[in-house]
Design a protein around this ligand. Structure first.
Ligand SMILES: NC(=O)c1ccc[n+]([C@@H]2O[C@H](COP(=O)([O-])OP(=O)(O)OC[C@H]3O[C@@H](n4cnc5c(N)ncnc54)[C@H](O)[C@@H]3O)[C@@H](O)[C@H]2O)c1
Length: 423
């Protein structure tokens, strides 16, 4: 099949390259000239394991462009994978979705063959039918579910293992209304062996939010219990090992620490909160999930101050800036809250991350970045750990004060003074 993908960020690029690997021809549509250039040179604009190799292997089977018209004319199905960030009040910002829908509509006006449009971006329930559909209909002069197909297909991939997740997902959820669209999507996903759930469009949108909200809740719950454990001198990781053995609960997402970041959980939980409030519901649990998560990184600074009372003029090393290992993504990373607080307290920050320093520099040009974790250790005896990159396990922390937000076992073993945030 021929697929066009609107938005070639983490989701768009991985999805598109996944479809290429499955034997389809793909065209990426983006508004960012630099990304287009890089994709056409088979160079990934983001870091994701295995992506570069895949792009090199299949060079020629995909291309990137700004041109909606040509791409839609020459493809059978278009996925919308543009960003859906938070607005100031936490509600979903649909600016990119609306613009993409408008451009798709204009392109569809010129196309005679049946074409399927699939919303893959995370959008609050109702968006596909109440926002995307009327925009495409207005600009194409065509009718959804008759002249063109419309579906919602949420993405569940995890950054860091995104390609693996795309090709081996826990499930594929598709929200459809018309039979023809269902068949086309079934064919596209046929090679992937996974449970496939077909629901209506609004349900598909909600499944994504309910999944992310549940996982975020599990983390904040683990952190709240972890904080109580820390005060009681109990290792919360042992506690959750015991709790997780209950098959009704499972041990996943119980790593208590400094909380969740990334481009999804914080913004999706906030968007669901705003949507619920708009509907007159009071989402008490979801609000608490965010509140715990915002406070949690500051626990690291609180623990640091037990050992270094005055941070003014103190050089503090920060290991890890990405919101999790194996990605260069720093959106909502807990390191932002930590570094901001350190600077407020007058500390000098020396930071290292294997992949995310370039991105972090845009936010914090004033801190010092070094080329290795070892160099951080050479520069200071006071270390905070904000991301669990596996290479940090190789370090010898002898003589150091380490406050650990993620649990690096070797730090626990070798540091002079060691504090874990929830253990
Ligand atoms: N990142 C994840 O792990 C993840 C996982 C599942 C779902 N999602 C959801 O997928 C969506 C995309 O997320 P992402 O992380 O890939 O975002 P991203 O910011 O990395 O990528 C978005 C891309 O869209 C492009 N774009 C913006 N407007 C455009 C337009 N009008 N036409 C063409 N391209 C345009 C941008 O230039 C950018 O390259 C979001 O809704 C997100 O919530 C993300």
């Amino acid at each position: 099949m021929r697929a066009s993908i609107v938005g070639s960020g983490y989701v768009g690029l991985v999805t598109g390259m996944g479809f290429v690997k499955l034997g389809n021809d793909v065209v990426f549509i983006d508004i960012d000239d630099e990304k287009i250039k890089m994709i056409n040179q088979a160079t990934p604009p983001i870091y994701e394991e295995g992506l570069e190799e895949l792009m090199k292997e299949f060079k020629g089977r995909y291309k990137a462009t700004k041109d909606y018209g040509d791409s839609i004319l020459n493809s059978d199905v278009t996925f919308i994978a543009v960003g859906t960030p938070s607005r100031e009040d936490g509600s979903i910002d649909l600016t990119y979705i609306k613009k993409a829908a408008e451009e798709i509509g204009k392109a569809l006006k010129e196309k005679e063959d049946y074409h399927v449009v699939v919303v893959k971006s995370t959008v609050v329930p109702g968006t596909t039918e109440e926002v995307v559909k009327p925009i495409i209909e207005k600009h194409s002069g065509k009718k959804a579910f008759e002249d063109f197909g419309l579906a919602m297909n949420p993405e569940f991939l995890r950054e860091g293992v995104a390609l693996k997740d795309f090709l081996n997902p826990d499930r594929i959820v598709t929200g459809v209304q018309d039979e023809r669209t269902r068949q086309i999507l079934e064919k596209l996903y046929e090679p992937i062996d996974a449970p496939k759930l077909i629901v209506d469009i609004k349900t598909a949108e909600m499944i994504k939010y309910a999944s992310n909200a549940f996982l975020a809740t599990k983390i904040s719950f683990a952190n709240e219990i972890g904080n109580i454990c820390k005060t009681l001198g109990i290792d919360s990781w042992k506690v959750f090992e015991g709790v997780g053995l209950d098959r009704r609960i499972s041990s996943r997402f119980f790593r208590s620490g400094i909380g969740f970041g990334g481009s999804c959980f914080p913004k999706d939980v906030k968007a669901l909160i705003r949507k619920a409030e708009e509907l007159g519901e009071e989402p008490l649990i979801l609000k608490a999930v965010i509140e715990v998560n915002e406070k949690q990184p500051l626990k690291l600074i609180g623990l640091l101050k037990k050992h270094v009372q005055d941070l003014k003029g103190e050089t503090v090393g920060v290991l890890g800036l990405a919101f999790k290992p194996n990605t260069d993504d720093i959106r909502e990373t807990r390191a932002i809250i930590i570094v901001r607080k350190l600077l407020e307290e007058g500390a000098k920050v020396v930071a290292y991350d294997p992949k995310a320093m370039q991105n972090f520099k845009h936010l914090f040009p004033q801190i010092e970045y070094v080329n290795s974790a070892q160099e951080v250790l050479e520069r200071t005896d006071v270390i905070l750990i904000a991301t669990e990159w596996s290479e940090f396990e190789e370090l010898d922390f002898s003589g150091k004060i380490v406050i650990d937000g993620r649990r690096i076992k070797n730090a626990e073993k070798t540091a002079k003074i060691y504090e874990g945030v929830c253990w």
